[in-house]
Design a protein around this ligand. Structure first.
Ligand code: HEC
Length: 155
């Protein structure tokens, strides 16, 4: 019996990975969480910038940048669930995040995965030098920003 309890406790630890949903207990903890998650999006923005420039025809398409930045956006996207695991709504923090995120975690996380998948697709398009789809693949990444912001980011 004891063994079973230990094994199932271990299994739940492994399955949960780093993502443990919790409520913020202090102002310091909540403010740090906001800083960290905003940092992720600042890096996402930094990597999206040149891609947007390419899609708009302001700078030439560059496959290497598309691959590298696509990979970074993929990796940053994979961090979103973790960095939003802490529900900061019990504390009065200055944030662009809507409270509804923590009532709709599954939907929010799936919108983060949409960004991951679009960033993966962009890398593939660049790797294959599939030029006719460059603009579309970048646009698809951009669409995932808007889809999430429309629902979960304050204006
Ligand atoms: C899964 C949802 C989601 C996706 C996908 C997403 N964002 Fe956001 N973004 C947010 C939320 C929520 C905030 C507000 C965070 C906060 O203030 O606590 C935010 C904030 C930001 C900010 C402001 C950060 C700051 O310092 O205040 C920028 C810039 C940004 N996002 C850019 C992007 C770009 C570019 C993309 C797409 C390539 C993107 N985001 C995709 C949810 C998302």
């Amino acid at each position: 019996m004891k063994k079973i309890i230990i094994i199932s406790a271990l299994a739940s630890l492994i399955c949960a990975g780093n993502v443990v949903a919790q409520e913020a207990k202090s102002e310091k903890q909540a403010n740090n969480a906001v800083k960290f998650r905003q940092s992720i999006f600042q890096l996402v923005r930094s990597n999206m910038g040149p891609l947007g420039g390419m899609a708009k025809g302001q700078i030439p398409f560059n496959e290497q940048t598309m691959e590298v930045n696509g990979q970074r956006i993929e990796q940053l996207g994979l961090m979103i669930e973790d960095y939003f695991a802490l529900d900061t709504t019990p504390i009065d923090v200055k944030t662009g995040a809507k409270d509804s995120i923590w009532k709709n975690r599954d939907d929010f996380n799936s919108k983060a995965m949409d960004m991951v998948k679009a960033a993966q697709a962009l890398q593939l398009v660049a790797k294959n030098k599939d030029e006719s789809n460059y603009r579309k693949a970048i646009g698809a990444v951009g669409a995932t920003c808007k889809a999430c912001h429309d629902d979960y980011k304050k204006d």
